[in-house]
Design a binder for this molecule. Sequence first.
Ligand code: MN
Length: 232
Amino acid sequence: MAHKLPDLPYAHDALEPHIDAETMGIHHGKHHQAYVTNLNVALEGHPDLQGKSAFELLIGFDALPQDLKPAVQKHGGGHVNHSMFWTLMSGDGGGEPDGALADEISAAFGSFEEFKSAFTAAAGGVFGSGWAWLVVDAGGALKVTTTANQDNPVFTEGSLPLLGVDVWEHAYYLRYQNRRPEYLQAFFSVVNWAQVGAHLEMVRAGDAANAMQSWAAGQRANTEARLGELMD
Ligand code: MN
């Protein structure tokens, strides 16, 4: 069962003018595809692990064969992070969150503007390639954190990501060149707050495991859909 690139939930140009169509096409079709392809290549010698989602591989990282770990961390992580990232943006996005998410952000950071400043500062401060995140930490509090490369806060610190922004140069270089702060402003114009709020609702309604398992189930469905195509 091969891992498969998930479809974008919108057209390449849906986020224009904030995130350009060329960047979206390359980012999804080339970069994310490469993570998927390289993960599949790495798993070729491990048929017993080919049925697991990328998320399950990362959850069980410690028990993986030593030779597989670097590929799972890089390419499995890249597959997990990008699969989430596409759903966090929308052509109808931007503005501010409402409901429980807005209340929790205000309670944790003082106001939405203070959250935005903290998130933007963290994202701007990532040295080299990585991500900035709004997470629910292990103690249940909202906070901003960052990860390097394709690491995800679930695995680095046991926090559950609600929102993440890719600050690898491939995410913004074509339109914004070295101007990461402009890209971050643009990102806030397309954030899909309804999706971010749904993540918070999942975390608050059940527990951490529910949110993670729901995501993992989605990955499994992708894999099964691919298997179905191959057997047709
Ligand atoms: Mn990326």
